[in-house]
Design a protein around this ligand. Structure first.
Ligand code: AMP
Length: 341
């Protein structure tokens, strides 16, 4: 029988690595941060990594995979992992890694993820198949856009064609109804080990310049010809009206249930941390515009736990630590295979 002490937790030094590694250490694991050369200071300064392995660029990850295997490391994929390695290449990982095999292809394809959300009975913003259909505010999102950079809002087909000229190289985009409301991103954790769905926390994003435009008058906005952009800079914690919690739980549960049977996804379906990104309108109607099937950076304000995890745990429980605890319990119950991709 192996002990969890025989394993090391490894992740790429970016995104949510600080809390993943800190959480792993709190649960008693050894940790490795794989960093780009010259960018390891956070991981040494905050003392979350027992070992740092440096590579030139994250896309060189596969050159050190064997080294990680020798250390009996379990890799925790996160958002930067997907964007630097590519969701297709994630399939080529041969070392132990946490999470559902095949699920990251669903989250990174906007059409596939929309299908999954709709089949789960969630309300999603309308998608306009052609620019001619734009009859209300619409947000135009480029595929693979990093952190909301370069999105634009158009109210009419003419406005769309006027703006799209600024992006001659972009051919792959979706045109989605723009919902006027507040963003609420729900951080879930589903454990197949104890068959429980938890809501760990909520956040909203701090986006430039969407979150700064209200600091100047409408006249100044027009005079300066400011375009709204959604470049993510950070995350802010929120708590929601308690009466909305049952709906958030129900949404998460339906997404987990529907994930079993998605093409290319293992029979266990989605497990571990995931996030539903929604806009809530003034009638408290929720529009889910995205799903992330792995830990999100929005959990970072909660290294020390959230108001919700504090209700359930008697220790500060970040999402990173929850992942490590799951792995520990899986090892102790000889069920590790069930939580590896
Ligand atoms: P995304 O890259 O899809 O996560 O979107 C980046 C940001 O754009 C979000 O954090 C929201 O602030 C905003 N956004 C995206 N989709 C919508 C929508 N349908 N309605 C209103 N705001 C949106």
């Amino acid at each position: 029988m192996t002990s969890y002490k025989d394993y090391t937790i490894a992740t790429l030094g970016s995104h949510s690595a600080l809390q993943i590694l800190k959480g792993a250490k709190d649960e008693g694991f050894r940790t490795i941060a794989v960093c780009e050369k010259g960018r390891s200071e956070p991981y040494t300064s905050y003392k979350v990594a027992d070992e740092i392995i440096e590579i030139d660029k994250f896309s060189d990850f596969f050159t050190i995979e064997e080294e990680l295997k020798k250390r009996n490391a379990i890799l925790i994929p996160h958002g930067s992992f997907v964007s630097y390695i590519g969701s297709e290449k994630v399939k080529d990982i041969s070392m132990m890694h946490y999470g559902t095999r095949g699920i990251l292809q669903w989250e990174s394809d906007r059409m596939k993820s929309k299908e999954w959300l709709v089949d789960s009975g969630l309300n999603v913003p309308k998608i306009f198949d052609t620019p001619e259909e734009i009859d209300r505010p619409a947000i135009v999102k480029f595929h693979g856009a990093k952190g909301g950079m370069g999105y634009f809002v158009a109210n009419t087909p003419d406005e769309f064609y006027d703006r799209i000229r600024e992006y001659p190289e972009e051919k792959d985009y979706v045109i989605q109804e723009y919902i006027v409301g507040v963003p609420v991103y729900t951080h879930y954790f589903y454990s197949p080990i104890n068959d429980e769905l938890e809501i760990m926390s909520f956040d909203k994003r701090y986006e430039s310049n969407a979150d700064s435009i209200g600091r100047i008058s409408a006249k100044d906005q027009l005079d300066a010809n400011i375009r709204t952009s959604y470049t993510i800079v950070g995350n802010m914690p929120i708590v929601v009206r308690e009466s909305m919690l049952p709906d958030f739980f129900a949404m998460g549960r339906r997404v987990v249930e529907k994930s079993r049977g998605l093409e290319g996804v293992g029979p266990a379906g989605l497990f571990g941390p995931f996030c539903l990104e929604a806009i809530v309108d003034p009638n408290l109607k929720l529009f889910v515009f995205e799903i992330s099937a792995r830990i999100v950076a929005g959990t970072n304000p909660y290294v020390d736990g959230s108001p919700y995890t504090w209700l359930r745990y008697d220790v500060p429980m970040s999402t990173g630590r929850r992942v490590a605890r799951e792995l520990k319990e899986a090892v102790e119950q000889d069920r590790l295979k069930e939580v590896l991709g």
